[in-house]
Write a protein that binds this ligand. Structure first.
Ligand code: EPU
Length: 430
């Protein structure tokens, strides 16, 4: 077990290249199952979730080769191997194995997903979609069993706008007989990315990126090559780090349009930002940041995945800010840790009231989930002295070469192995 250490107070300067999107990658890899021939995915982020998904494809008989940021998937010998336990439980996105295997083999057994603990994360809308397509779905001893004689296109209205359900239903429907219409679909850029891969494989999908997606089923899908879109959440995290501590930082290889809600909020706080086709420039850490209120919403609203790191920045702003998470109302596990660092924050229901303007102090803190980890990294960059972050495995699930990227910007950050006593403390607190 390792911990991440950050000596705060160093200004950041330079260019940071952004990797491919984690939340696309975790759907695109299972989507490879649906093809009859080789699928090559480029621009993959170097994160642990990618390796785990590649191993899952091997478990069902596929061959995969991971070379740098390229994964080649050979799906020819895959079969409907049940996956009730093991790797499948390590990440939440293994739920995409349900849609992909159901679409390909008309059956699947998938252990209920693990992943970040953000409070209740139901998958009822995924199941509703699979059932509408003709699958029988049961939950037996912590695994979902899916079985269909035939999948037939259907009209599915999502009661909750869900990224996962939208993608999972697309995966199950691309080879179904006839037309599927997903209404009240999510519109996140990652959904367009998955639809692009599937279309390149031969699927017929219209409307991805709007709230109505139409899919006309096809019999066969063939292999193709696809490059993943940039990770807007990783980019946003570096924008926040730059707003907190940047002298002059360029966030490179991004689609600035995907980050408009964050850019607008940062400008409202007084951060100087310029954008061009594939970069964002952040000038000068501003000591007079203004407090702002922020509410997370589905895309194109302010992303819930940036709520936690944004809260860290707000501790620096003069005045009181209200942060409300309408997507995950229990996504506030980072707050206790920020308080350990001296932050003045109160949580009430699904909101956090941040009284900013006070310098944070380095402390020993724990990342309870991926974006809580990002929040603590930003807090550590701003704090006086050294911050020690445990729970690094959560950060490694979603940020590609985080330390190296921060070091290249001038941050002082390093890793150490936990000693036995620290390991025991971490285990007893989790
Ligand atoms: N929901 C339901 N029923 C469902 C599905 C979702 O009630 O069947 C609710 C959820 O509880 C939540 C809301 O709908 O309140 C939105 O959930 P959504 O399904 O959109 O989330 P997800 O697909 O499980 C993805 C990302 C998350 C990100 C959310 C919201 C992946 C692998 N995960 O999760 O990313 O927070 O969308 O944008 O794409 C992260 O990157 O740190 C992360 C957690």
């Amino acid at each position: 077990m390792e911990k991440l250490l950050i000596e705060g107070g160093h200004l950041l300067e330079g260019t940071v290249p952004i990797s491919g999107a984690k939340n696309s990658a975790v759907a695109l890899i299972p989507a490879g199952i649906l093809a009859d021939s080789t699928v090559t995915i480029d621009n993959l982020p170097d994160i642990s979730d990618v390796g785990i998904l590649a191993e899952l494809l091997e478990e069902i008989g596929g061959k995969t080769e991971l070379d740098g940021d390229t994964l080649t998937i050979h799906p020819e010998n895959m079969f409907a191997m049940p996956l009730p336990n093991g790797h499948v439980k390590k990440l939440r996105a293994s739920y995409y194995m349900m849609g992909a295997m159901l679409g390909k083999f008309k059956k699947a057994v998938i252990g209920l997903p693990g992943g970040c603990n953000l409070g209740p994360r139901p998958i009822d809308q995924h199941i509703k979609g699979f059932e509408a397509l003709g699958a029988k779905v049961t939950n037996e001893q912590g695994a979902i069993y899916l079985q269909a004689d035939e999948l037939t296109g259907a009209r599915i209205y999502l009661d909750v706008v869900s990224v996962g359900a939208t993608i999972n239903i697309m995966l199950a429907a691309v080879k179904a007989k006839g037309r599927t219409v997903i209404e009240n679909a999510a519109k996140e850029p990652e959904i367009i990315d998955v639809a692009t891969l599937l279309s390149n494989m031969g699927a017929k999908i219209k409307g991805a990126g709007t709230n109505v997606i139409r899919i006309d089923g096809v019999e066969h899908l063939s292999g193709c090559r696809h490059s993943i879109i940039p990770d807007r959440i990783e980019a946003g995290t570096f924008m926040l780090a730059a707003a907190a501590m940047g002298r002059s930082v360029i966030i490179d290889n991004i689609i600035p349009y995907h980050l408009e809600s964050l850019t607008a909020k940062l400008r409202e706080m007084g951060v100087r930002i310029e954008t061009n086709d594939d970069q964002v420039f952040i000038h000068g850490a501003n000591s007079d940041l203004t407090a702002v209120d922020v509410k997370t919403l589905v895309y194109p609203g302010f992303p819930t995945d940036l709520q936690q790191p944004f809260t860290s920045l707000l501790t620096k702003a003069q005045g009181s800010s209200m942060v409300t998470d309408t997507i995950y109302n229990a996504r506030f596990k980072h707050i206790d840790e920020l308080r350990r660092m001296g932050a003045d924050i109160k949580v009430e229901g699904r909101s956090a009231l941040v009284n900013g303007g006070k310098r944070l102090e380095g402390a020993r803190v724990r990342a309870s989930d991926l974006r809580a980890g990002a929040a603590l990294v930003i807090a550590g960059l701003m704090a006086n002295g050294v911050t020690e972050i445990t729970g690094v495995e959560h950060i490694d699930r979603g940020y590609s070469n985080l330390e190296e990227k921060l070091k290249n910007l001038g941050a002082t950050v390093w890793r150490e192995t936990l000693d036995t006593k620290e390991e025991e403390e971490v285990k007893s607190s989790s």
